[in-house]
Design a protein around this ligand. Structure first.
Ligand code: ADP
Ligand code: MG
Ligand code: ZN
Length: 359
């Protein structure tokens, strides 16, 4: 990548994933995608005065499960806070999130190269509604169905140095969440979203540069393109003797470029404070054990076992773990007939071909 000669790329991610619960995180409205607009709403998730939130136990369990699947420490004590801001998709004018005491702390993901990406935290929060901009004449429509649905937010340390590492990481995160039945991660539906914080650092120095944050990235392809665009833009600014402005930028996938949304000076003060309507969350050993009991073997571990214990090539192990159904099916077959390579060939060649042909 010659266009950024002399600089190293530094990236940290904030990832949101929608949890697979039946109901929302603080009320009993349905958590479903694609319903008639504004049908899954109630006084709690639309923020009517006096309505009281009640925490969804399943959402907490799924967030703990996510934490365990990435090796986080699960906090015995965590706190929900109000993040205050006004925007039409947020009728309460605050989002319930976690700041000082998140549910999961630390954790990591290992890339194929052996490099470790450290997680800073995973916390539980609620989603906002959805705005659809129709036209200048008609205006914007708002659907509060998504408001109050449970999200986990994962924050990484600034450990990435290329777009390829970011995409590999996102795929590994999605794989864990899907295998553990925590989230569907359908990126087209906004089920998994990613903000990219990026700065450049002069090669050979250790001090981090000023970063920008890019929002609105809803496919692996747009993540890749947005990173390449932004690294190039910052390199041009810096090598021209300029300074990078700390700002939030919005990626436009059609135009293939990002534009400034707001600068640090315009950044809002969210006035976080503990939500007085929600008790602090105390997690016991039994809670954690209960979640552990429902966990499966993760795909990375399965690939290891398939190679080391069953003697399969990496290629086979990758295809067999491309979905949990196939992986479970392979293991079921293996329990009936101890011929791993034969079964693998049969699944990869005959069965997958048949599935593809017959859709
Ligand atoms: P904020 O509180 O402003 O959101 P954080 O310190 O929580 O800032 O960082 C948010 C994200 O930005 C994290 O993913 C972190 O790794 C990343 N980050 C922080 N500093 C830098 C930097 N200089 N370059 C690139 N990414 C960074
Ligand atoms: Mg941030
Ligand atoms: Zn509701």
């Amino acid at each position: 990548m010659s266009y950024i000669d002399g600089y190293d790329i530094v990236i940290g991610l904030e990832i949101h994933a929608e949890l697979k619960t039946k109901t929302k995180v603080f009320c009993s409205c349905k958590n479903e995608f694609g319903a008639q607009p504004n049908t899954n709403t109630c006084p709690v998730c639309t923020g009517m005065p006096g309505a009281l939130p009640i925490l969804n136990k399943r959402a907490v369990e799924l967030a703990i499960k996510a934490g365990l699947s990435f090796g986080c420490d699960i906090s015995r004590y965590s706190v929900f806070e109000r993040k205050n801001y006004f925007y039409p998709d947020l009728s309460k004018a605050y989002q319930i999130s976690q700041l000082v005491y998140p549910l999961c702390v630390g954790g990591k993901v290992e890339l194929d190269s052996g490099k470790t990406i450290r997680l800073n935290r995973i916390h539980l929060e609620e989603d906002a509604g959805k705005l659809t901009h129709i036209s200048k004449a008609v205006g914007t429509l708002v659907d509060y169905n998504r408001g109050g649905t449970p999200l986990i937010e994962m924050v990484t340390e600034p450990d990435f140095s290329s777009a390829e590492e970011v995409v590999e990481f996102l795929k590994k995160v999605r794989e864990n969440l899907v295998f553990e039945n925590i989230a569907n991660c359908y990126m087209e539906e906004g089920g998994m979203r990613c903000d990219v914080n990026l700065s450049l650092k002069k090669k050979g120095t250790s001090e981090l540069g000023i970063r920008t944050e890019m929002k609105n990235l809803n496919s692996f392809k747009s993540v890749q393109r947005a990173i390449e665009y932004e690294a190039k833009r910052q390199a041009e600014v810096l090598s021209g003797g300029g300074v990078v402005i700390q700002e939030t930028r919005k990626w436009n996938d059609d135009k293939g470029k990002s534009t400034s949304m707001r600068t640090k000076e315009q950044a809002q003060d969210y006035r976080y404070f503990p939500d007085p309507d929600i008790l602090a969350l105390n997690i016991s050993d039994e809670d954690i054990e209960r979640v552990k009991d429902e966990m499966v073997m993760l795909p990375a571990k399965r690939r290891e076992v398939y190679q080391e214990e069953y003697g399969l090539p990496l290629y086979d192990a990758q295809i067999l773990t491309s979905s949990k159904y196939i992986s479970d099916y392979f293991e079921k077959c293996l329990s009936l007939l101890n011929l791993p390579k034969k079964i693998s060939n049969w699944i990869m060649v005959d069965l997958l071909k048949l599935i593809k042909e017959q859709e």
